[in-house]
Design a protein around this ligand. Structure first.
Ligand SMILES: NC(=O)C1=CN([C@@H]2O[C@H](COP(=O)(O)OP(=O)(O)OC[C@H]3O[C@@H](n4cnc5c(N)ncnc54)[C@H](OP(=O)(O)O)[C@@H]3O)[C@@H](O)[C@H]2O)C=CC1
Ligand SMILES: O=C(CO)COP(=O)(O)O
Length: 445
């Protein structure tokens, strides 16, 4: 698995009809990467660094980076989040970094950490108009190279456009020594692409939604690698973990090419976002993003099997924001209701924009177009089992009731079309949910 270095920095015309630009200038994956950091900073005139980490990532590698920079004569301040609980990517975390940037007159933010640190450093540096560089501490998710920031406002996961890192410096040993749960999370985030790619293609086939084959393949290749190497990931084979990380970087580059997370986030991610909201509400404990995504995949596969048995497709109706619907949303989402209502209105607009493009009611044709992805599903299920992900329901604090609620509501969290929207538009979501959850009743007997 290789980084597509030729794509970095330059604007590229694509066969999809759009130009793509990935403004990451440098990706260094090297045991001696620390030695390259001070000369890089000096060459870019980034002479006032603010290092951002949390207590764990500072202990794991942040302190070593800090000492190295001081030893090399780089001026560096440090902001370490000391939260005794999981750090949320929220307004307070972003404000704290922005304040530290101003106080230290930083010209660059250097994030040492994984998903949340990367996102808050990205968004704060973007808001302050200065670049950021990331030193990943775990192969736990695909956001290092992306340009979007996954934030959580009033409990609701919201993804906002921001910027890519200027550079990514990676010490492979730090990644392969990361706790197994974080490696498992990276695997879960990547195997989730089984569904995000299917959802994207479904929308493309049904509505002619914009599709970029190059971005699609940038995600498909690491997904296939992951499916074929689950046992080696489980056994912590060093080369495989490095490749898993490179695959996560490539998925992030695909998001940067698109300027959004369409190739990498579909209904499986929307389930995870719903579970994050329930954790925020105290209904269940917080769990890792990638594990949640990986766990959701088996369920989305079952929904796609229900879909594959459909005998016809009804032309979709647009959803309608009735006063009753709005009242339900306000009652359930509380402070986060405004975010959800914005998503709802965006989805109504999406339908208005795309309904005229509705391409086909021929289910056989749709299934034929999705055949390459659908034929992967048995191998994906095997890979999930090899990583012991399907049996994580209790560990993730999920119950049958939570799963039911999730499947009925996850599509409220994003305006993006997925299998859930298809089932809603066919009046089939309730029935399909009963159908897929029946497997748990069978297992109990
Ligand atoms: N922008 C994007 O494109 C994307 C963003 N995301 C976002 O990323 C987040 C998930 O990121 P993820 O990395 O899984 O998890 P988190 O960032 O939530 O948490 C991981 C935690 O693990 C600890 N940790 C990290 N590295 C090490 C290490 N080497 N050794 C010991 N502990 C370590 C830290 O501890 P502690 O918290 O205990 O201090 C760290 O904060 C989610 O918010 C998700 O939405 C995900 C994909 C794409
Ligand atoms: O986590 C992501 C991709 O892995 C980003 O997803 P969202 O855009 O749904 O937040």
């Amino acid at each position: 698995m290789d980084i597509p270095y030729a794509l970095l920095g330059n604007k590229q015309s694509c066969t999809c009809g759009r130009d793509h630009q990935v403004p990451i200038e440098k990706i260094v994956i090297d045991e001696r990467m620390l030695e390259q950091l001070p000369p890089y900073l000096a060459g870019e005139s980034l002479n006032q660094v603010l290092l951002v980490a949390d207590a764990n990532t500072y202990r794991v590698f942040g302190d070593q980076v800090y000492q190295h920079l001081l030893g090399a004569g780089v001026t560096c301040d440090v902001h370490v989040f000391q939260a005794s609980h999981d750090l949320l990517p929220d307004e307070q975390a972003i404000a704290a970094i922005r304040q530290a940037v101003v106080q230290s007159s930083a010209t660059v933010v250097l994030a040492v950490g994984s998903g949340v640190i990367n996102d808050v450093a990205r968004y704060a540096s973007y808001s302050e108009g200065i670049p950021y560089i990331v030193i990943p501490t775990a192969p736990s998710m695909d956001g290092y190279a992306s340009s979007v920031a996954a934030l959580q406002f009033n409990g609701v996961k919201t993804t906002l456009p921001a910027h890519t890192p200027k550079a990514i410096f990676v010490q492979p040993e730090v990644l392969s020594d990361a706790p197994f749960e974080l490696i498992q999370a990276g695997f879960g985030d990547l195997i989730g692409k089984t569904i995000s790619l299917l959802d994207w293609k479904l929308s493309h086939v049904l509505f002619g939604e914009y599709f970029c084959t190059k971005s699609y393949e940038m995600v498909l290749t690491p997904l296939q690698y992951c499916v074929e190497h689950a046992v080696q990931v489980r056994d912590r084979d060093q080369t495989t973990i490095k490749n898993l990380f490179v695959g996560l970087i490539n998925a992030g580059i695909a998001m940067a090419m698109m300027g959004n997370s369409r190739p990498c986030s579909g209904s499986e991610h929307h389930c995870s976002h719903y579970w994050d909201l329930l954790a925020y509400q105290g209904v269940r404990p917080h769990a890792s993003h990638g594990l949640q995504v990986g766990y959701a995949v088996q369920w989305m596969i079952r929904f796609y099997r229900v879909f594959a048995k459909a005998s016809s497709i009804e032309a979709p109706l647009s959803p309608a924001l009735t006063p009753e619907r709005e009242a339900q949303i306000r009652a359930f989402y509380g402070d986060g209701a405004n975010e959800i209502l914005t998503v709802f209105r965006d989805k109504v607009s999406w339908y208005h924009e795309h309904n005229g493009d509705f391409q086909t009611r021929d289910i056989a044709l749709v299934l034929q177009k999705l055949e390459p992805e659908l034929s992967m599903l048995p191998a994906v299920e095997r890979a999930l089992r090899d990583m012991n992900i399907p049996e994580m329901m209790d560990a993730l604090g999920l119950t049958v009731d939570i799963l039911r609620e999730t499947f009925l509501h996850a599509n409220e969290l994003r305006s993006r079309y997925t299998i859930f929207d298809f089932l809603v538009s066919q009046g089939e979501l309730d029935g399909a949910t009963r159908n897929v959850l029946a497997i748990l009743e069978v297992a109990k007997k």
